[in-house]
Design a protein around this ligand. Structure first.
Ligand code: NAD
Length: 342
């Protein structure tokens, strides 16, 4: 069977480099993923900017171009839809696609900008039997995928702490989302029970929603004592993870991985598990390949929607905690938090 894929939110043909850290044209990364699947055709692209829609349609091998998702959904039979617009549009687009009968949706992170949106997206997907994936593609990338296997194999002992940091002015929703997800991933996707955060927020807006200038977030898990820490902001630079276990430590980033373990076999283990592949876009290709094969064989993927829901709920809890200074338990009882800026 050949699956018919569509993408909403192409981005500009050349990704922008702007001071506000928006405009990465992530629609192209999704298109590369579908183009790498022999059993997928990209049939349509929608973008409110017609030139952007046309450019990605031609990059995708002659797909049809539309200037609205509504028009695309009215005209095309779509098996898989990628939602690559800004987070403030994710909920309405996912809901429209489900309503139109699309049953597989890959939504960019962060999934949504309010708890109410998460609830409505999950409820609609469950009611329709639709599969909603949230794109935390780093789970498929090295060195992170190997780090999970190394931890699962016990080489680091018990996991004590996972710390994700991102500087250079980045915020929790726009970048830190990956590290929230990664802290859970490296701790075997255990449930998260509590969240505590402090933030310095001055009303800055990115991607249409409020973001902090700096944040320090901690969270803990239901059935082990691992502590997750994520910090964001302008006071540091670079992005990476520090993983501390009872038998060793790791420092991971896109371009490097270092490992020190008590047993003294660090260099062998590093080679075996943490080899770095130079193309970070491979994660998109592997995530999409996994989704497509899971449709065919009914299996599950690393980025099932439930994982994205949890990540987004943790981030909402972080902002709620930073606002009132209290620990939040999950699921959040106050479901009114909303980061939308307009
Ligand atoms: N997974 C990752 O590693 C990763 C990396 C960067 C960005 N992202 C995420 O990807 C998403 C998109 O970010 P981006 O930087 O690629 O954005 P972008 O600005 O580059 O592209 C968004 C596109 O959406 C179009 N658009 C806006 N309103 C629309 C509408 N109503 N209908 C159709 N199209 C519309 C715009 O014209 C633009 O072409 C965000 O959620 C962002 O967080 C993910």
């Amino acid at each position: 069977m050949t699956y018919r894929a569509a993408i909403v939110g192409a981005g500009a043909p050349v990704a922008a480099t702007n001071a506000n850290l928006e405009g990465f044209s992530i629609g192209y990364s999704h298109a590369r993923g579908y183009l790498a699947c022999s059993d997928v055709d990209i049939v349509a692209i929608a973008d409110i900017n017609e030139a952007n829609a046309q450019a990605l349609a031609s990059f995708s091998g002659g797909a049809s171009a539309y200037t609205s998702l509504a028009e695309l959904l009215a005209q095309e039979q779509v098996d898989i839809l990628s939602v690559c617009t800004w987070p403030t549009l994710h909920a309405e687009m996912v809901l429209a696609a489900i309503e139109a009968g699309v049953r597989v949706i890959l939504c960019e992170k962060p999934m949504a900008v309010s708890v109410d949106e998460i609830d409505r997206m999950v409820t609609a997907a469950d009611a329709a039997g639709a599969r909603l994936f949230v794109n935390h593609q780093r789970r498929y990338e090295q060195p992170y995928a190997g780090a999970r296997r190394l931890i699962d194999a016990g080489h680091l002992g018990e996991l004590v702490r996972v710390e994700g940091y991102v500087g250079d002015g980045w915020d929790l929703m726009s970048w830190g989302s990956h590290w929230v997800d990664m802290c859970r991933f490296l701790n075997a996707d255990r449930d998260v029970s509590w969240v505590l955060a402090a933030a310095d927020s001055n009303g800055n807006v990115r991607y249409g929603h409020f973001v902090e200038d700096h944040m320090l977030l901690q969270f803990g898990f239901a059935d082990n004592s691992t502590l997750a820490l994520v910090h964001t902001g302008a006071h540091t630079s670079g992005a990476g993870l520090i993983v501390i276990g009872t038998k060793g430590t790791m420092h991971l980033s896109e371009n490097s991985a270092s490992l020190a373990v008590e047993s003294g076999e660090s260099s062998d283990l590093r080679q075996q598990y943490l080899d770095i592949r130079p193309d970070s876009r491979q994660g998109f290709v592997d995530a999409i390949a996994d989704i497509v094969s899971s449709i065919a064989d009914g299996g599950t993927t690393q980025i099932e929607g439930v994982s994205g829901h949890l990540d987004t709920e943790i981030m909402m809890a972080a902002y709620a905690s930073a606002r009132d200074g209290h620990v939040k338990t999950l699921p959040l009882s106050d479901r009114s938090i909303d980061l939308r800026a307009n």
